[in-house]
Design a protein around this ligand. Sequence first.
Ligand SMILES: Cc1ncc(COP(=O)(O)O)c(C=O)c1O
Length: 435
Amino acid sequence: MSETQTILDKQAKYLWPNHLLYFEKPLPLAKGNGMYVWDADGAKYLDFFAGILTTSVGHNNQTVNRYIKDQVDQLLHTSTLYPNETHVNLAEALAEVTPEGLDTFYFGASGTDADETAVLMAQIYTGNTEVIALRHGYSGKSQMAMSLTGQSSWRMGPVHIGYVRHAMTPYTYRSLGGIEPKAYVQACLDDLEDVIQTMTSGKIAALLMEPIQGVGGFITLPSAYLEGAAEIARSYGGLVIIDEVQTGFGRTGTHWWGHQHANIVPDIMTMAKGIANGMPLAAVATTPEIAASAVGQGLTISTFGGNPVSCAAAIGTLEEMKREFNPARSAEMGAILEEGLVALQAKYPLIGEVRGRGLMQGVELVSDREQKTACASAANAILNVSRKLGLLIGKGGMYGNVLRIAPPLIATREHIEEALEKLDIAFAQVQEMSF
Ligand SMILES: Cc1ncc(COP(=O)(O)O)c(C=O)c1O
């Protein structure tokens, strides 16, 4: 029996069957190096999804690994009851790249934990309860995070928290009523204000937004929306929480944070995924004033929050990002990727829209461009053919029809050209299929 089959058999026997797995025959991965991963039977793949935008400075990164190994030998665990040097050093290093003023941190172990903590902080600081999130957004797997999530397919189980309200997302490609993009942004802002006025007490704790909705299919929020929405939220007493779990650390190019393409400064910002190159870590950044508001409001600890090994990995990851794999580089490489995808769009009618920023590019597939008929089966087919060609990409979107292309930030022009060539072959095959 192949290694792959042994792993799949154990997976089926011992792991919960509701784990979402890519591919009809799932792909067990065994090894990674730089831009490549190998499966359990030794086949090699170019990784253009980076473990869901997480392996930011590449698999088996020697700088990050050295930090991890040194820390393992020094001190593996403390809990947040005891300060440790790595924990505070990471906070200091992060403060150099977070927006001005957002320079105090809570470290947790997942994006879910970070988003949940951010909302709680906003509730404590404002004294208000209700929270506005956006449709098509994704916040994680806890009860609160699923409640914030604006996609029913990601809301497992029946119980959801009642104080979350969802406003329309400026998904301009699919604007309701076919309204043209600029007017649609205004319609969405009007909807946000209407939701606050008609569906809340009139005082909100926060508005939470992802600058580019990741799981939602890389829906890129126009700057005018981010700016207008922040103003509206504040006028009803709310804080602005920006979720940078997918968009952080230079992925969107030019800036360290996705929201910085717009003229806004969040009150609270969450981050995870790319922060520690795959080690479990998340952070919430806010102002000293907001952070101080929780003092005396109840005790809090995190057993794994700020784990020294994860923090060491993050220090190494940040060092790599500051040294070479920085936002300017992601902008440059992202432009090559985007240009190549737009060229594929000109060739293949299946591609309805190419969107995103930097090394975070979404490709929305439709069986009819005029009607914009979402085509999830084409997205599955592209993933399958790409796998056969040795390329891994992701997918997402409310309708399961958006390819998510987001390589590690170390991708070179050659890697991007290799991926585009494979995608060209995949599209040529899939375009011929009937959907
Ligand atoms: C924008 C966003 N926020 C939060 C989360 C939750 O993160 P985690 O899976 O680490 O709990 C995710 C995960 O995909 C995400 O994309």
